[in-house]
Design a protein around this ligand. Structure first.
Ligand code: SME
Length: 156
């Protein structure tokens, strides 16, 4: 049974540096995908209190909603659609400062203003994406990209 998270206040880098080993601890010895995606979502939500954080997972030709924290969300996204489908198609992290200016953005919630989507790779293929939404414009930067990419690489 996992201990409570220790939530650090400080710079963004300090927060990620404190969270990373704790996520490693949560994943250690557990290979169930749903359990691990659920705990990563919860840990990120608890540390950063983002509007929405969670996973979409690849099933055939679409992404299907997986474990997340936040308001209810759209369940299926086609390849190339929205920020999530775009990150999947392009095979790279997408950061959007103002979602209303992103062509094809899928508005699950009108409160969401900026977004980062990080692909999850397994054996060179994208198996899912980590999606984070903020109710603030331009909330995400290269530090988020760096650490979120590290976090998804920790998924066993
Ligand atoms: N906005 C995303 C859809 C998922 S929700 O934000 C949770 C997109 O454009 O892909």
């Amino acid at each position: 049974m996992a201990e409570d998270l220790s939530i650090l206040k400080g710079s963004k880098i300090e927060q990620y540096e404190s969270l990373l080993p704790q996520i490693e601890g949560l994943l250690h010895g557990e290979n169930n995908l749903i359990a691990n995606l659920a705990n990563i979502s919860a840990a990120l939500k608890e540390q950063f209190n983002w509007w929405w954080v969670g996973f979409y997972w690849v099933h055939e030709d679409e992404l299907i909603l997986g474990p997340f924290q936040g308001p209810v969300a759209c369940t299926r996204i086609k390849k190339g659609r929205g920020v999530c489908g775009g990150a999947w198609e392009q095979g790279k992290t997408l950061m959007v400062e103002d979602v209303e200016k992103f062509p094809g953005h899928i508005a699950c919630s009108s409160a969401s203003k900026s977004e980062i989507v990080v692909p999850v790779f397994k054996n060179g293929n994208i198996v899912g994406v980590l999606d984070v939404d903020s109710e603030l414009f331009a909330h995400f930067d290269e530090t988020d990209q760096l650490y979120l990419e590290k976090i998804v690489r920790m998924i066993p």
